[in-house]
Design a binder for this molecule. Structure first.
Ligand code: GLN
Length: 257
């Protein structure tokens, strides 16, 4: 559904066909005011998902608040790729709304999944989403790997959609993105800072031959591959493109010593 349909179906509590079939439906005053209030917020750049408090991702509906990034369709590629590398223990870094961890938990039912975030508020949303979707995930507050509760040599798969926008580019983004939490977007001066930090510690937490799978932004693949290779702990085994033919996901594997 496009945005106007999402808005009207939500406010009128009906399905998409009814919008087109009930053409002479009169809006009550309350609903009319509600719609015009929402339209005003939307016109000022507030993302529809924040206004409605929800977003679809990987065939599921997630609660979202301005404390977490709105799930992007490209990130479904990260989930789809990660599903090909199932592991007994899976760690997600920077879970935000929890959409990646929950989607993985839904499809990899045998895995024990741990998800971290630096933001307490985001973790609260992620926990709610795990409850809504009835999956069991261990949520830990952490600045990447910096937390008690994460055990070295444990995870067969580490996944992350880290912040990857260069700090200086954030102000140039469309207003919708500027409504999202900066901590979920800002990847430092060149946008690659979090990949440096992840690759510096990931091998220590992965089991031998375990996989590290990350999402990335447009044009970042070669730089991230260099960063991963420089650690001498990883082999790059795949680069996956998104629906727009943009390199979006890197699969690295921990070398066995
Ligand atoms: N995909 C997001 C965007 O392009 C960025 C999310 C991120 O930094 N991980 O707006």
């Amino acid at each position: 559904m496009h945005e106007a349909e999402l808005l009207f179906t939500e406010v009128l509590n009906c399905g998409r066909p009814e919008l087109y079939l009930n053409k002479d439906l009169k809006l009550s005053k309350g609903k009319g005011t509600l719609i015009s209030d929402v339209l005003k917020r939307r016109a000022l750049g507030e993302p529809l998902q924040y206004i409605l408090g929800k977003s679809d991702f990987y065939g599921l509906q997630f609660k979202v608040t301005p404390d977490c990034l709105i799930p992007r369709p490209e990130t479904e590629i990260l989930v789809e790729t990660a599903r090909k590398y199932p592991a007994e223990n899976i760690l997600e870094l920077g879970t935000g709304s929890g959409c990646i961890a929950v989607s993985l938990a839904k499809s990899l039912t045998q895995a024990r999944i741990t998800a971290t975030d630096i933001s307490d508020k985001a973790l609260a949303v992620a926990k709610e989403n795990a409850l809504i979707h009835k999956v069991n995930i261990d949520f830990i507050k952490a600045d990447l790997f910096d937390a008690y509760g994460l055990t070295p040599n444990t995870y067969g798969l580490i996944v992350s959609n880290p912040p990857y926008i260069a700090s200086g580019d954030i102000e140039t983004l469309q207003p919708e993105v500027r409504n999202e939490p900066r901590v979920a977007l800002d990847g430092g001066a060149d946008g690659l800072e979090i990949y440096r930090r992840i690759s510096a510690s990931a091998a220590q937490f992965l089991v031998d031959a375990g996989h590290l799978i990350v999402e990335m932004g447009f044009g970042q693949a070669q730089d991230i591959i260099k960063i991963f290779k420089k650690t001498q702990r990883f082999e790059i085994i795949d680069v996956v493109k998104d629906y727009n033919n943009i390199e979006r996901v890197i699969v690295a594997q921990k070398k066995v010593k």
